[in-house]
Design a protein around this ligand. Sequence first.
Ligand code: ATP
Ligand code: MG
Length: 358
Amino acid sequence: MISERQAHMILDRLNTAILTCDPDLNVTQMNPAGELMFGTSSKQAHLKPLSALVPGQTQTFTWPAQKALESNQPVTVHDVTLKLPGDRCIKVDYTVTPIEENDDSRLLIELLQVDGFLEIARDQYRMDQYSANRDVLRGLAHEVKNPLGGLRGAAQLLERELSDRDVKQYTRIIIHEADRLSNLVDRMMGSYGSADPTAVNIHEILEHVRKLILVEIQEGITIERDYDPSLPQLHGDKDQLIQAVLNIVRNSVDAINKKGTIKFRTRVERSVYVGQQWYRCVIRVDIEDNGPGIPEHMHERIFYPMVTGRPEGSGLGLSIAQNIIRNHQGSIQLHSEPGYTRFSLLLPFNTRGKANES
Ligand SMILES: Nc1ncnc2c1ncn2[C@@H]1O[C@H](COP(=O)(O)OP(=O)(O)OP(=O)(O)O)[C@@H](O)[C@H]1O
Ligand SMILES: [Mg+2]
């Protein structure tokens, strides 16, 4: 038999959100996983209506509890989508169990976030595919780069021997194309210099990218900002992070065809899996546009090199962005539907320490 103290300790360490309610559907208790899920403290929620935890979705959220109360039977609903404060959308399995003890009746509510698990499985699959592709590409790159060096050197030697300007233009083409190909192989392999990690402010990065884009395209584009000024600093390579954000924003610019609205949003995301690791808090950066959206058949492959939907695209922008964000222990999520695209960067902000326990 476990003691009350042990029971509390177990409840506090569970990753499942646990709540209890009185028969009037007012919250009486909430464990720390519940506090993280609903972005409130158990003190604040105490004796407040259950419906207040998910404003705007009262019906979806309270009917299982009402049903359990009426039938005096446990009720489970799978894959319930909850829109939480801070623009968070999660999917949960939701179980309500009526408990009666010494004339005291209560409801026990368990909420298990399920989209995290699906995302982890999908992420693992993508990572396996990605590393298999990388191995093939690395071999290919090696085979392409070696003869390229010889080709370029021979063209240079030949150029020195030539006096005719008209003929020289052909050796120039060889040298130029050899350089272009070598550059392309480097970009494909993710060679963008060694990382120089320092403390960086994500808003400085976004503002830098915003200015660059607005200088490049002076009319037709609005870049809206919705920043959370309380975000902590990241530990990372500023130039690489600028490159990653720039690649995503340039795609948005292309997608809206230089006319439309792009939005930058920053938030703290709580209780989240990034890759295989659970973090209590990470920084989330959303880059949204109101372009045509990304066709569904491209979603799974879009981060692979050479996948492009544009005739003049090389299909490297997102693969480079993903490499950079992975090197920062982060991940990129995509949500797209006709008329709306959002790339979300999830970045742990204390990767040198134990971010998941911060
Ligand atoms: N915000 C967006 N809206 C619509 N489509 C997008 C968006 N972002 C990316 N895409 C699609 O994903 C494809 C891949 O993007 P990626 O940046 O990897 O390559 P690219 O833009 O084609 O070439 P580049 O190497 O020059 O960046 C794009 O060609 C485009 O079809
Ligand atoms: Mg691109």
